[in-house]
Write a protein that binds this ligand. Structure first.
Ligand code: 6R9
Length: 656
């Protein structure tokens, strides 16, 4: 990662917004951007309070703004009351009832459109249905759905009645669903009989059944099943399972929102950290929504006639903020896509942009890189002239991919917003304002107004420009994670460590600022990998491997990958003898499938090496830097004198 950054830091091309784009932008020119930043610096609370009053609709206005008395458990707008679903739907109805809210394209290309009035009706009916099952404010609902209108309806319906959703990505395993149900003590699961991706059926309900059968899920009373595809369904548990269409059939089309306090949790979303157990990131209602709205307006420069398309799955934070909440909160028309970018061919995205006249397109570098590889010329076969703005998220974007995105997809006229943020920040943090900032390929440029980002050294002191260090946020901000579900101690330890007096929010990334102050993200400083823009904990994969009865010990590292950013490499010590040849091959396949079953297919190691041992220091620490070098195929030039068992390196360097 750091060698890429070295080369990237020599990247000095500037791409200022065109005069035409800037003239129409909400924030036009650097002076306007600086003015907003000054406003935030001079009156921090006043700045945020003003935005919260102007951009959110409150049932009861707040009188408090930021409360730091229980730091780092910060509270924003504490005595205000609102409802997120009301903010996303009801408040638009007087003017936008017949405006399209969602254009849904299924895997096989069928298009379904819903207006704001129709979406409101669907959400109300499901909300009433959930209430009829006894779900009330504060209850946890696990959502395990394919990309669909109904996935958004499920999340919005929870928000409407103050229930806390925990969405689990449809690619995660039964084991992951089981663990998340147990951790959050979910009372209800919403799923679909199946989803379809790239022509293949994904049997979601079967996975839920399997998860519930694993035990520990006594909290779950009901499973609501959306009939997504017509096929033979698996077993049905009477008294527990209920079809979505039966549940909503007789429900009233109106549902009074449940008003919640600003800091009442809107959702929990599990993400990988540096230990084996995923963290349940808990977001607030008002602060989170404010982050979503601000970034729709600032970063995406939202205009009422935009057609917005974020390709992320609702199982990730990007799909929460820029599919389920942000676009609806500003009254946008958005595209939701069920399938994959390469099915039926690598022109799918471009075809959809042409057909739906998409203006704002937001995707991940890994998708861009794979589409370059599979069909770099394909975009030219489509009319992409509707596009006016492009976005990137999930990992650093390499300049080659950036330039291709800019030239071939954006026709050289669309600004690119490279948005740095995290599950924990809820919304964008460091990103260009497209009508103001001159972009540089590979840099996420500057913090949004009000975001006090900085790069510091290990002692928490600011570093000189060009020096590189640890990325921190120095002041609390409204959309930030409130706590980790059920684990406040881990929350403190992970994000507000003692080294920084417990005051700075530690993002877990390192960064560099160039001579002009532009931010360049260098990658994680903890044991978290970024595979195709998805966060995976090395410890999480290690625990999964060690859970296999044949495995004694495992160490997982990342290896730079041209398409995925990073790929997973595992070094495994078996309880029995070290296998070779066909036997080793078979075991590699078995362990890869094992990890897919334990976590999900995205966590499958690309490479597994068996050793009699792992390289350890005399105090027993696994020397991961050596493993990283071996994974890359580099010869070991580093100091190995502290190593207990140097001979092991040669063994691990050889393929099985
Ligand atoms: C939104 C999201 C967060 C981690 C983050 C960083 C990496 C995300 C990035 C980026 C460089 C960008 N990351 N966006 N790195 N440039 N524009 O991806 O959330 O899944 O929690 O991952 O992803 O390392 O810390 P999440």
């Amino acid at each position: 990662m750091s060698s890429t950054i070295e080369s990237v830091l020599h990247e000095n091309r500037h791409f200022p917004p065109s005069a035409e784009f800037a003239a129409k932008a909400r924030v036009s020119g650097m002076e306007a951007y600086h003015a907003l930043c000054r406003q935030a610096a001079e009156d921090y609370e006043g700045f945020w309070a003003g935005l919260a009053r102007e951009r959110l609709s409150w049932k009861r206005p707040f009188t408090q703004v930021l409360d730091e008395s229980n730091a780092p458990f910060y509270s924003w707008f504490a005595d205000g009351e609102l409802n997120v679903s009301y903010n996303c739907l009801d408040r638009h109805l007087p003017e936008l009832a017949n405006k399209l809210a969602i254009i849904f394209e299924s895997d096989n290309g069928t298009v379904t459109r819903v207006t704001y009035a129709e979406l409101h009706r669907k959400v109300c009916q499901l909300a009433n249905g959930l209430k009829s099952l006894g779900i009330t404010k504060g209850d946890r609902v696990l959502v395990y759905m394919p990309m669909s209108i109904e996935a958004v309806v499920a999340m919005q319906a929870c928000a409407r009645i103050g229930a806390i959703h925990s969405v689990v990505f449809g690619g995660f395993s039964a084991k992951s669903v089981n663990e998340r149900i147990i951790d959050a003590k979910a009372r209800l699961v919403i799923t679909a009989n199946s989803g379809v991706r790239g022509g293949k059926i994904v049997a979601l309900k079967d996975t839920v059944d399997e998860a519930l059968a694993m035990g520990g899920c006594e909290s779950v009373e009901r499973v609501v099943v959306f009939k997504r595809v017509l096929h033979e369904d698996g077993p049905w548990t009477l008294g527990r399972d209920i079809w979505w269409h039966d549940l909503v059939a007789k429900q009233p089309e109106v549902c009074e929102p449940t008003w919640v306090l600003a800091d009442d949790p809107l959702f929990i979303l599990y993400t990988s950290g540096s230990t084996g157990k995923p963290k349940g990131v808990q977001h607030s209602s008002a602060g989170y929504l404010l982050g979503a709205v601000n970034s729709m307006l600032w970063t995406f420069d939202y205009k009422p006639d935009d057609v917005f398309w974020c390709t992320a799955d609702v199982g990730w934070i990007t799909g929460h903020t820029y599919v389920a909440y942000g676009p609806l909160a500003v009254g946008a028309t958005q595209v939701i896509f069920e399938g994959v970018p390469t099915y039926p061919d690598a022109g799918r995205f471009w075809k959809m942009i042409e057909e739906h006249r998409v203006t704002t397109f937001y995707t991940a570098p890994t998708a861009i890189r794979s589409l370059i590889k599979l069909g770099g010329e394909l975009p030219k076969q489509y009319n992409l002239s509707s596009l006016r703005l492009l976005g990137s998220v999930g990992e650093p974007i390499n300049p080659e991919a950036w330039i291709w995105y800019h030239e071939v997809v954006g026709g050289g006229r669309c600004p690119i917003v490279d948005t740095w943020w995290q599950t924990e920040t809820g919304g964008h943090m460091i990103t260009p304002l497209p009508g103001a900032v001159a972009t540089k390929p590979g840099s996420c440029t500057f913090p949004l107004p009000g975001i006090m980002a900085d790069v510091v050294d290990e002692a928490g002191e600011p570093v000189e420009l060009g020096k590189g260090g640890i990325l921190v946020i120095k002041r609390p901000f409204p959309s930030q994670v409130r706590t980790l579900w059920g684990d406040p101690e881990r929350f403190k330890k992970s994000y507000f460590p003692e080294e920084f007096n417990g005051k700075y929010y530690l993002a877990g990334d390192s960064a560099n600022r160039d001579a002009e102050g532009y931010f360049w993200i260098m990658g994680r400083i903890d044991d978290v990998l970024n595979v195709s823009g998805h966060r995976l904990g090395t410890m999480e994969i290690e625990s999964a491997l060690v859970a296999n009865p044949q495995v004694a010990e495992a160490a997982v590292v990342g290896r730079p990958d041209a398409i995925k950013g990073e790929s997973v490499v595992a070094f495994v010590v078996l309880k029995g003898a070290r296998p070779s040849g066909a036997e080793a091959k078979a075991l590699v396949a078995e362990l890869r499938d094992w990890v897919a079953k334990e976590i999900g297919a995205i966590a499958k190691p690309d490479d597994i090496r068996f050793g009699d041992n792992l390289p350890k220091t005399r105090s027993g620490k696994i020397m991961r830097r050596l493993l990283r070098a071996i994974a890359k195929g580099e010869s070991i030039t580093q100091d190995t004198s502290t190593l207990e068992n140097p001979a092991i390196l040669t063994q691990l360097q050889e393929a099985n």
